[in-house]
Write a protein that binds this ligand. Sequence first.
Ligand code: GLN
Length: 197
Amino acid sequence: MGVRVGVLAIQGDVREHKNHLARAGATPVEVRTLNDLRSVQALIIPGGESTTIGMLMAEEGLIDAVQARVNNEQFPVYGTCAGLILLARDVVGSSPARIGVMDITADRNAYGRQLASFETKLRISVFHDEPEFPAVFIRAPRITRYGPGVTPLATYEGHVVMAEQGSLLVSAFHPEMSGDARIHQYFVDKLRKTLKV
Ligand code: GLN
């Protein structure tokens, strides 16, 4: 049995995240309720619309519960795109209800309307920059500030688009939309190391 990694199943590419997690050797679990959340050892928050996801998470009590697990037991959470916004301590522009545990400022829709979606190859430091990662950005946010506890892992045009802080990982792009499962593998391997399994 692999480690049980949750995928918040409110919006977004839930199936694709589950597939990538399975390829990384984890047991993927859809998370919608507090009981689901209790049963997992880590969580991925997919992209979507952060205001909607934040509101629905709050209704289920999931905002407080994730916050508590991060603070009390260094619960690993990987937030992609809207998930990055939900983990950010500060947000530029209208800010949704959010978990707010990562010391970053996220600028929502930083790439504007004209560049709403694009794909690019990124160098990611934890993969020693090689081979480049096929990153899909969809109305993506950008990290405009990060605190001393945060390590930037990738930049695009001079802006940080992937970072980590302890058990927390964020990317402004969608790693589930390419055939490359290395980021999911990285997240799962780090969890295994922490749990010593
Ligand atoms: N910009 C969106 C938001 O503010 C996020 C887009 C995405 O997750 N693809 O929620």
